[in-house]
Design a protein around this ligand. Structure first.
Ligand code: GTP
Ligand code: SPV
Ligand code: MN
Length: 596
C-alpha cells in the first residue's frame, strides 16, 4: 500500500467538501492576527478590553454545542469486541460511507484550513504528528494555543514520518447544492454530530461541532483515543493525566502523574500553589500524558499538548492563583460572561458577582438571575508558556521519569482522602474501578455516579478490558523497584451538611507530602481492607482548621457501603466477559475477603 501523501489527502478532501479556498496554516503570529480580526468582524469573537486583557477574546457557542458529545463519539474498529462494551461502535466502512455523504459539500462557501501539528516537542522520540483539516477559524486559533502548529511538521512528514489525518467540519455550508447562499452565524455547527475514530488506520473524522474535544482533534481524539490504540500496539500508554514535579524543602524531586475524570481537578493540581512552606509544584501538563518505558527500565512521560483548555468556573485567586496569572493575556475564552468593562467573569472568579454582566448566552445578567452567568463547562484556552509555574522539562524531548501515579474522582462518600495501593496489580484495580460524579464537561446529568476507569471512559480507543491488561503488562514488564507507586485520592468527600470535608486546592500539598514520604520510605502506612492508609499523626496538618471529627470522617471506611460497591464492581466487570483480566477478578476477590 502506498502511503497517503498530505497533498493527495488535502486534494481529495477539497473535492469532497468543496470549500471556496484552501489555506495552509503555520501557527504564526501573523496568522493569529488575521484570523482573530476575521472572527471579530463576523461576530464569532469579541475582543476583550486590551487594557485589562490584552490580545484576548471571548467566543459564545451555539447553546447546543457546549461540551463533548459522548453519545455521538464512535470507535470504528473492524470487530465490535475490539471497541468493547464501554464505547459506541460502528463498522468502519459503514461509518466512512455515512461520513462521506455528510462531508460532501460541507465546506461550500467556506475556507478550508490545513493545520500541521505536533503532539509533543517536535524532536521528541515520543512526539506524533497530525494534520487537521478544518473549516473553523476558531479551531485553527485554538490549535495554535493547544499544540505545536508548524510547517516544520510538514517537512518531517515529507521525509517519511507517520501522521494522523484528522478531518473536521462544523457541517454548516454557506452555499447549498443549488447555489443559494445562507447568512453566516456567529457559531456555525450542525444538530447532527459525529466524532468518529478509526484506530486501525489512525484516522479521525469529526462532523457538526466546533467545541473543545469534539473539534480540537489533537486533544482527546488523537492524543487519547487514537493514541491509546497506538500505545497498545507499540507498548506505551496514552493517558488522561496531569503531570507535575513536586520538590521537597530538601530539594528532592518527585514526578507525579494523576488521572482524574473531566472537571475533577487535574488543572488545579497541575498548578497547585503549596500551602506548606518550602514545597514546590511545577507544571508539566494538565490533561494528557504519554508514558513509555525508557532505557533505564522506568516509565517516562511527556505532555503531548502545548496549552491549557481549562474549566473557568471555580478558578479564582484563592483556588488557583497560578491559572489566574496564566490567563492575564493572549487567551481565548469560551462561554464565560462579559463584564461592562469588557473583561471576563465566571462563578468563583471573585467572591461577589459584578452588578451587571452579559451572560454566556449574550443576555443581560445580574446577581438576581437564576441561571449561571458563565456556562458550567466554560473554558479558557492559553499557551502553557504563560504559566508562571511551568517546569523546565515541559518542552524537553525526553520528558520525565514517573515516581507515582494517582487516581481520583469526585466521591461524596466512601473514598478516603488518600490510600496507597499494595502493589501494581492492586493499583491497576484501583484505576479500573474509579467512579465519579458526572460533571458538565460532557453532555448528561450532572451529579450521577458513573464508572470512569482510569478517567478514560470517554477516551479509550479500544476494549477497556484489553486496556487494563495492557496496563498490567506495561507495569509487570518493569522491575518491582522501578514501578511507580500507585495512590487513590479524593478531594471531594462531603459531610452530613453536604459541604466538602477537605479544603482542597493548595492544601492538597499535605497529601502530596505524605505521598512523597511513602516514595522515599520515610513514613509507614497501615494496612486497611482497601489499601494502605496514613496515620493521622503522619499527615502534616499544621495550620489547618479541619476538625478531628471531619478528619475521621474523611478517612472512615464504611464496610457495608464498600461491600455494596464491590457488588457493583462485579456487575461492572461482568460485561467484559472473557476479556476481563484474571488479575482484576482476583483483586476483587481479595477486596471482598478483606471487607468480610
Ligand atoms: P478537564 O479539563 O475537564 O479534564 O478538568 P480537570 O480535571 O482539569 O478539572 P479542573 O482542575 O479544571 O477542576 C474542575 C473543577 O473542580 C473546578 O471548578 C475546580 O475549582 C474544582 N476543584 C479542583 N480541585 C479541587 C479541590 O481540591 N477541591 C474542590 N472542592 N474543588 C476542586
Ligand atoms: C475533558 O472533558 O476532559 C476536557 C475538555 O479536557 S475537552 O477538551 O472538551 O474534552
Ligand atoms: Mn480532560
Amino acid at each position: 500500500m502506498t502511503k497517503l501523501t498530505v497533498e493527495n489527502w488535502v486534494a481529495e478532501t477539497a473535492k469532497l467538501t468543496m470549500p471556496d479556498e484552501i489555506v495552509w496554516c503555520d501557527g504564526s503570529q501573523r496568522e493569529w492576527t488575521e484570523l482573530t480580526e476575521l472572527l471579530v468582524e463576523n461576530g464569532t469573537l469579541i475582543r476583550l478590553n486590551p487594557d485589562l486583557r490584552p490580545n484576548s477574546f471571548l467566543a459564545r457557542t451555539d447553546k447546543a454545542d457546549v461540551a463533548r458529545v459522548e453519545d455521538r463519539t464512535f470507535i470504528c474498529s473492524a470487530h465490535e469486541e475490539d471497541a468493547g462494551p464501554t464505547n459506541n461502535w460502528r463498522d468502519p466502512l459503514w461509518m466512512k460511507n455515512l461520513l462521506r455523504s455528510l462531508f460532501k459539500g460541507s465546506m461550500r462557501g467556506r475556507t478550508m484550513y490545513v493545520v500541521p501539528f505536533s503532539m509533543g516537542p517536535i524532536d521528541s522520540p515520543q512526539a506524533r504528528f497530525g494534520i487537521e483539516i478544518t473549516d473553523s477559524p476558531y479551531v485553527v486559533l485554538s490549535m495554535k494555543l493547544m499544540t505545536r502548529v508548524s510547517s516544520e511538521v510538514l517537512t518531517k512528514i515529507k521525509s517519511g514520518d507517520d501522521w494522523v489525518p484528522a478531518l473536521h467540519s462544523v457541517g454548516a455550508p454557506l452555499i447549498d447544492e443549488v447555489g443559494v447562499r445562507t447568512p453566516e452565524t456567529t457559531w456555525p455547527c450542525n444538530v447532527e454530530k459525529y466524532i468518529a475514530h478509526f484506530p486501525e488506520t489512525n484516522e479521525i473524522w469529526s462532523f457538526g461541532s466546533g467545541y473543545g474535544g469534539n473539534a480540537l482533534l489533537g486533544k482527546k481524539c488523537m492524543s487519547l483515543r487514537i493514541g491509546s490504540a497506538l500505545g497498545r500496539r507499540e507498548g506505551w500508554l496514552a493517558e488522561h493525566m496531569l503531570l507535575v514535579r513536586l520538590t521537597s524543602p530538601a530539594g528532592k524531586d518527585f514526578h507525579i502523574a494523576a488521572a482524574f475524570p473531566s472537571a475533577c481537578g487535574k488543572t488545579n493540581l497541575a498548578m497547585l500553589r503549596p500551602t506548606l512552606p518550602g514545597w514546590k509544584v511545577s507544571t508539566i501538563g494538565d490533561d494528557i500524558a504519554w508514558i513509555a518505558p525508557d532505557t533505564n527500565g522506568k516509565l517516562r512521560a511527556i505532555n503531548p499538548e502545548a496549552g491549557f483548555f481549562g474549566v473557568a468556573p471555580g478558578t479564582g485567586i484563592k483556588t488557583n492563583p497560578v491559572a489566574i496569572e496564566t490567563i492575564r493575556a493572549n487567551t481565548l475564552f469560551t462561554n464565560v460572561a462579559l463584564t461592562d468593562e469588557g473583561d471576563v467573569w465566571w462563578e468563583g472568579l471573585t467572591n461577589e458577582a459584578p452588578e451587571h454582566l452579559i451572560d454566556w448566552t449574550g443576555a443581560d445578567w445580574t446577581p438576581k438571575s437564576d441561571t449561571p452567568a458563565a456556562h458550567p463547562n466554560s473554558r479558557f484556552t492559553v499557551s502553557l508558556e504563560q504559566c508562571p509555574t511551568i517546569d523546565a522539562a515541559w518542552n524537553s524531548p525526553e520528558g520525565v521519569e514517573i515516581d507515582a501515579i494517582l487516581f481520583g474522582g469526585r466521591r461524596a462518600t466512601n473514598v478516603p482522602l488518600v490510600v496507597e495501593a499494595r502493589d501494581w496489580e492492586h493499583g491497576v484495580f484501583m484505576g479500573a474501578t474509579i467512579s465519579s460524579e458526572q460533571t458538565a464537561a460532557a453532555e448528561g446529568v450532572v451529579g450521577t455516579l458513573r464508572r470512569d476507569p482510569f478517567a478514560m471512559l470517554p477516551f479509550c480507543g479500544y476494549n477497556m478490558a484489553d486496556y487494563w491488561q495492557h496496563w498490567l503488562d506495561v507495569g509487570l514488564g518493569l522491575s518491582a523497584e522501578n514501578r511507580p507507586q500507585v495512590f487513590q485520592v479524593n478531594w471531594f468527600r462531603k459531610g452530613q451538611d453536604g459541604k466538602f470535608l477537605w479544603p482542597g486546592f493548595g492544601e492538597n500539598t499535605r497529601v502530596l507530602e505524605w505521598i512523597s514520604r511513602r516514595l522515599d520510605g520515610s513514613v509507614a502506612a497501615s494496612a486497611s481492607p482497601i489499601g494502605n492508609l496514613p496515620a493521622l499523626s503522619d499527615l502534616n496538618l499544621e495550620g489547618l482548621t479541619v476538625t478531628t471529627e471531619d478528619l475521621d470522617e474523611i478517612f472512615r471506611i464504611d464496610r457495608s457501603a464498600w461491600l455494596q460497591e464491590t457488588n457493583m464492581t462485579e456487575a461492572y466487570f461482568n460485561q467484559f466477559g472473557e476479556r476481563l483480566p484474571a488479575a482484576m477478578r482476583g483483586q476483587l476477590e481479595i477486596l471482598k475477603a478483606n471487607l468480610a
